[in-house]
Design a protein around this ligand. Structure first.
Ligand code: ADP
Length: 480
């Protein structure tokens, strides 16, 4: 396991020799002490990325694609090892971690190819002696700040497009999950990625490292996935040097079930969307809006399936719901349950902590709350835990109004068999992603991102690489 920081193609200790402990959230055990990078290390990593930029940019897209594709293959070769590490760091069940490895590799594969399709344009000139062109150029050194809930995929979702575009990169992984990012760095050496193209600076002091990204003129793009609160801080910091930022921030996804929905499919989708990673993803269904005619049947079936979910250490066989990432995460989810109950909601199942043998006190029963109203915290804030609040509605317009009544706009889900309604509602929802009878819409080839306070920019899809490209308009006078 690699636990030292990665710059200029080599692993080394932090300049101050300090380390911080990375712990397994399920049982609190130390997985490894990790190099605690500080501002000097961030500067060194930016130096390495800046030095590597001219020669990486000068390669053809095909040449850049080779190590990216190779890295994807190596990740799949080492899928079991990576999945186990990922599960240890963030607590997710092994089955989900395996899916994450494949998802993470898919961004490298997709962008390795997409880099070959960075087409420019020619524009009809108004002067016959001129030729007008638009070139696309890599913007420079890119920085990435990643979250703990997808320790592998959030790295490759930023790394794939940046490197394919011809940028070099410095990654600051979440302090809870740096080992997965370092494992990718280690494989990147085997994949033949030139020194300095990818650099990884783990550290316990995120703000100090990020400060270097905004200070250094070589860094022209900062991509962040995390909380809306930190995202806003980064926008402010970006102002001084007018640095481009891409932000994937909090969500508050509505999951709307209409009377005509396929009930079994809606319940299966609700489980997949809500309880993946114990409810700790930004696209997790955060509130269920269920039409009156199907409400009781939906709640009954949903609660029955939720009650049977197996809670435990992510690495234990059969676990479906792991721990919350930390005590604060558990406290927030519990507070949302307590607030809802105090205001008249009822737990159809769950609502209490679960003791898991040999584990820390970090587990909450998968919970379904009924009788939820828009006044309750769980209906207004992102819970980031295994809590499913259900609220009844009567008319389509009521569901759309309630769904849109939030400052967030990342993902929304709609369950119905009515084609016209699918189109109306998809157009009316103020969200960046709409899953129609689909609980898991995120794929490498589609643009992922939010509107309103859920973020700026898109990751994945042909749009994802544009974030890392500058447009250069060339006007060429070829005659008198
Ligand atoms: P969460 O609450 O889910 O941990 P955060 O937004 O705090 O989300 O963290 C997401 C990423 O942002 C992590 O890599 C974290 O280290 C980093 N981060 C946290 N605070 C700051 C900050 N002030 N400046 C830059 N990065 C930060």
């Amino acid at each position: 396991m690699q636990s030292r920081l990665f710059a200029h193609g080599t692993f080394r200790d932090a300049g101050n020799s300090r380390k911080f402990e990375v712990r397994n959230p399920a049982n609190g055990s130390v997985i490894a002490p990790v190099a605690d990078g500080g501002p000097d290390d961030a500067h060194a990593a930016v130096d390495a990325a800046a030095a590597a930029f001219p020669s990486w940019r000068a390669l053809t897209a095909l040449e850049r694609a080779r190590p990216l594709r190779r890295l994807a293959e190596l990740m799949l070769r080492d899928a079991e090892r990576l999945a186990d590490l990922c599960s240890q760091e963030c607590g997710k069940p092994l089955a989900e971690a395996r899916t994450e490895v494949a998802y993470a590799a898919s961004f490298l594969e997709w962008f390795a190819e997409e880099g070959r399709r960075v087409y420019g344009e020619t524009i009809p000139a108004s002067d016959p002696a001129k030729r007008l062109m638009v070139l696309k150029r890599p913007c420079g050194v890119a920085a990435a700040i990643t979250p703990w809930n997808f320790p592998l995929a959030m790295v490759t979702r930023k790394m794939g497009p940046a490197l394919a575009a011809g940028c070099t990169q410095v990654v600051k992984p979440a302090e809870q999950t740096p080992l997965s990012a370092l494992a990718i760095a280690e494989l990147s050496v085997e994949a033949g990625l030139p020194a300095g193209v990818l650099n990884v600076v783990p550290g316990s002091g995120a703000a100090a490292i990020a400060g270097v990204f905004f200070e250094r003129p070589e860094v022209r793009h900062v991509s962040f996935t995390g909380s809306t609160e930190v995202g806003k801080l980064l926008i402010r910091q970006s102002a001084d040097r007018v640095v481009r930022v891409s932000l994937e921030l909090g969500g508050h996804a509505p999951f709307i079930v209409f009377d005509d929905a396929d009930l079994d499919a809606a319940v299966a989708g609700a489980i997949a969307s809500k309880f993946r990673n114990a409810g700790q993803t930004c696209v997790c269904a955060n509130r269920f809006l269920v039409q009156r005619g199907i409400h009781d049947a939906f709640v009954e079936r949903f609660a029955a399936v939720v009650a049977a979910l197996k809670v435990g250490d992510g690495r234990a066989p059969g676990t479906q719901v792991g721990p919350l990432i930390d005590d604060a995460g558990l406290a927030k989810a519990e507070a949302h349950v307590a607030d809802a109950i105090a205001q008249g909601a009822r737990a159809a199942t769950g609502g209490r902590r679960v003791r898991v043998d040999g584990c820390a006190d970090r587990f909450l029963e998968p919970t379904v709350l009924v009788g939820v109203t828009p006044a309750m915290r769980c209906f207004r804030e992102e819970t980031f835990g295994p809590v499913a609040p259900v609220c009844a509605f009567d008319r389509e317009e009521d569901a759309v109004r309630m769904a849109n009544d939030t400052p967030y706009g990342l993902a929304a889900y709609v369950w119905t068999r009515d084609g016209a309604r699918i189109m109306h509602v998809s157009e009316a929802l103020d969200y960046g992603i709409v899953g129609v009878n689909d609980a898991l819409p995120a794929v490498a080839q589609a643009p992922f991102g939010g509107v309103k306070q859920s973020g700026l920019g898109r990751e994945g899809g042909r749009q994802g690489i544009e974030e890392y490209l500058d447009l250069r308009y060339v006007s060429w006078r070829i005659g008198k």
